[in-house]
Design a protein around this ligand. Structure first.
Ligand SMILES: *Cc1c(COP(=O)(O)O)cnc(C)c1O
Length: 386
């Protein structure tokens, strides 16, 4: 495994160790302490938001965001369709019902037109979860205005997009609540961890309360609400503080990887994953989309890379195609909803999510990959098209 090229693996610097050592020396080995407070302050400052709560994962941050948005049993929540299941599972934790919204082709994220359609069909929806896939900002302004017009709370799943900006503003700050993930393969990592951010001070306080078992202010253990053990530990937060010092460096390395693929693959019948010119992705993963009608599949490329001990990954399988969510409604303006009796349909082609899933591939985007290694990957891909 030692010479394997990974999709995206942790890049550590040594600064992390200093914060951990300090935690050991002061015996702050707990889900609270100066690193937790410091990491919250530093993330909030970095993205330009007032408040942050450090949690055990991006998923737990999403769960608490869904609770703060007031989602209750039976409530409809509009969710990005092309994403990791962690974006949408927390809706089920609260008994809500996901309605999946198809992607557009400019960013692969939630299609504002499909979102509008969804509000026509479900005017009572009060919560929307949008993802910035692979670090590419969605059409956040449009999506936010649509949510505002319908009085719906926007939750921004920026798990993959920390350090990406939309019109100069950091992703994660467009919704009422935003979340980041520090899982091992994200742009910065704490081994595992997440952050909930918001300008809503009361909301973040409430999230901290829920995340530490909902203990009422009483001398004994008293609970008036269901609690969770979701708080980030002081050790883990120390890793995060050390990583955050290097986030711009990580982003620049990721962009360099994307540009090298873009240049190296430009003669082939494929496109890189697209983004809006007024947004600045963090290029967490470089992806390709093979042109229509070309006789090469992403899976053929993935297996050829695997033969060379190189890790590539299929595009996230859309939520509306997942066995667990097969009966949830799906709103698309391009798709024909083939095989789905409950798709709300306008167009007559394949839906965008399924199309990207079928023709797309995530390429190795590891910060530590050398230019020579990347050139080898580019060459293997070229050979697939001979
Ligand atoms: C990683 C990820 C999450 C979940 O974050 P964890 O920290 O792994 O719980 C949520 N949404 C997206 C889009 C992700 O990529």
């Amino acid at each position: 495994m030692s010479n394997r090229i990974f999709l995206s693996s942790p890049t550590m610097h040594g600064d992390e160790q200093k914060f951990i050592t300090e935690a050991f020396e002061t015996n702050w080995i707990a889900p609270l302490g100066p690193n937790v407070d410091g990491f919250e302050r530093e993330i909030a400052e970095y993205v330009g938001i007032r408040h942050a709560a450090a949690l055990v994962s991006g998923t737990s941050a999403l769960h608490l965001a869904v609770k703060l948005a007031g989602v209750k049993r039976g409530n409809v929540v509009f969710c990005s369709d092309l994403t990791f299941s962690a974006t949408v599972n927390p809706v089920s934790y609260e008994g809500g019902v996901q309605v999946f919204i198809d992607s557009e082709r400019d960013t692969w994220n939630m299609d504002p037109k499909a979102l509008e359609k969804a509000f026509e069909k479900y005017p009572d929806c009060k919560c929307v979860i949008v993802v910035n896939l692979y670090g590419v900002p969605a059409k956040l302004d449009e999506i936010r205005s649509i949510c505002d017009a319908h009085g719906a709370t926007l939750i921004e799943d920026a798990a993959e997009s920390l350090s990406a900006t939309y019109e100069g503003k950091q992703t994660g700050t467009f919704g009422k609540y935003g979340i980041f993930s520090f899982n091992g393969n994200k742009i910065i990592t704490t081994s595992g961890g997440g952050m909930l951010v918001s300008d809503d001070e009361a909301g973040i306080k409430k999230a901290r309360f829920w995340s530490t078992q909902s203990r009422d202010p009483a001398p004994w253990y008293q609970h008036s609400e269901i609690g969770y053990n979701y708080r980030m530990s002081n050790i883990v937060a120390g890793i995060g503080r050390g990583q955050l010092l290097h986030i711009e460096e990580h982003r620049n390395l990721k962009e360099k990887i994307y540009r090298r693929y873009e240049e190296g693959l430009k003669s082939l019948p494929l496109k890189m994953n697209p983004y809006l010119e007024y947004s600045k992705p963090n290029f967490w993963l470089s992806c390709i989309l093979i042109d229509r009608g070309v006789n090469v599949t992403p899976e053929q490329i993935r297996l050829k890379l695997e033969d060379a001990n190189i890790e590539a990954r299929p595009i996230w399988k859309p939520m509306h195609m997942q066995p667990i969510y097969r009966t949830n409604p799906f709103v698309t303006v391009e798709g024909n909803g083939r095989g789905r009796t409950n798709a709300y349909i306008k167009g007559s082609g394949i839906d965008v999510g399924a199309d990207i899933f079928r023709r797309g591939l995530c390429l190795p985007s590891d910060n530590k990959m050398t230019e020579e290694q990347q050139d080898r990957i580019i060459e293997i891909i070229h050979r697939c098209f001979l």
